[in-house]
Ligand binder design. Structure first.
Ligand code: RVK
Ligand code: MG
Ligand code: MG
Length: 349
């Protein structure tokens, strides 16, 4: 792929992540009614206006941690997970009010207290040794998909290792891997070439199936391949024509919660549904906007689901698809572009 196209896609993915987070966070946890969907439509119409003034829209933990991963890859191109862990912790203690999950905050305190002697131990001990399955590993994963765009196996390994600093439950780790695989697939698809719905899901299903099989602990629990099953559900919903009641089924079956299992497949669905251009409740010709606006109208963990859906959409469409006025509303958007460019310069020759 042409290096300038890739550069635009690198920017698109990190900006997509930022915009989803900044624009989604005001709606976090709210039940989304038909009236609220109209409010969200107007909110997005205004965001596209060049005359819109007002305070920038702050980012939350999703972007704070995504930035740390990018900064660590840039500072330590040979990959240094202890350095990454230190950046997570440093940022948290500098700005603790970015809406971090309660478990990760505890992990950060333990990491600091233990002087990072074993960066994986605190996360392993959480939830009585089960580890977290929150979506915190997935929400921050975009820089890993970009940095390892040329080496799929290293990418999967880095997705796991960067996640395990805070999340060790296989549901948390595999959620991050699935999100990484989806961004990677979008990144490597030519934006002029249409994403084929009947191929995208089966391809990522095949990949996540292998990851789930490799990490299978042999316990033969009821469900040893939850993500494989969930992506099949995504495919099923995509094969159904859009109607508003479908959103309720999507929320019930795919989920919209803070848990990786209940949000990563939903984000993938939002992107693919937005590509189909049949969502009546979201009125725009812009696929990027449709992706994050639709994700927000599903409610629940809106910042994170929009952030993850935005990272995939941006990786596919590139920076040009993102309305500049909208991007300018978001805190640190120039810094995010700079990080994307530095990652690109490091890995795209
Ligand atoms: C607030 C039981 C578990 C669990 C387990 C639940 C920010 C807990 C971002 C936990 C993202 C929560 C999100 C989140 C990212 C996880 N047993 N319950 N084994 N594992 N939970 O704390 O980084 O919004 O209730 O690890 O994944 O915008 O507190 O944080 O939406 O999931 O938080 O998991 O959160 P954490 P995180
Ligand atoms: Mg957040
Ligand atoms: Mg969130």
């Amino acid at each position: 792929m042409d290096t300038n196209v890739l550069k635009s896609k690198f920017r698109g993915s990190l900006l997509g992540s930022l915009l989803g987070d900044c624009l989604g966070s005001p709606f976090e946890g709210e039940p989304i009614t038909a009236g609220e969907k109209i409010v969200i439509q107007r909110y997005f119409d205004k965001l596209e206006s060049p005359d819109l003034k007002g305070p920038v829209r702050s980012y939350t933990d999703d972007t704070a941690m995504m930035k740390s991963i990018a900064q660590s890859l840039i500072a330590k191109p040979e990959i240094d997970y202890k350095h990454m862990a230190k950046l997570f912790v440093k940022d948290y203690f500098l700005e603790p009010h970015r809406g971090y999950g309660p478990n990760v905050v505890d992990v950060f305190s333990k990491l600091r207290k233990s002087k990072f002697d074993d960066i994986y131990r605190p996360a392993r001990e959480q939830f009585n040794g089960k580890g977290s399955f929150g979506n915190g590993g997935a929400m921050r994963i975009a820089p890993i998909a970009l940095y390892f765009y040329n080496d799929y196996n290293l990418m999967v390994e880095a997705a796991k290792k960067s996640t395990e600093i805070t999340h060790t439950n296989s549901l948390g780790v595999h959620g991050a891997v699935l999100q990484c695989i989806a961004i990677h697939k979008a990144l490597l698809t030519d934006p002029k070439e249409e994403i084929k719905f009947d191929q995208f899901c089966p391809e990522i299903t095949k990949k996540i199936k292998l990851v789930e099989q490799e990490d299978d602990d042999g316990l033969e629990l009821d469900d040893d391949h939850p993500y494989e099953d969930k992506v099949k559900f995504v495919q099923h919903f995509l094969q159904t024509n859009y109607h508003e009641e479908l959103d309720e089924e999507v929320c019930q079956n795919l989920g919209t919660s803070i848990l990786a299992y209940d949000s990563v497949p939903t984000a993938i669905y939002c992107f693919l549904r937005a590509l189909k251009n049949d969502i009546e409740t979201v009125k725009t010709d812009n696929i990027f906007r449709r992706t994050i606006q639709y994700a927000i109208t599903l409610g629940g963990d809106t910042d994170t689901i929009a952030c993850m859906a935005g990272a995939i959409a941006g990786a596919y469409l590139g920076e040009e698809a993102i309305n500049v006025n909208m991007a300018k509303q978001c805190e640190s958007y120039k810094e995010i572009i700079e990080l994307a460019d530095q990652l690109h310069a490091l890995v795209v020759k």
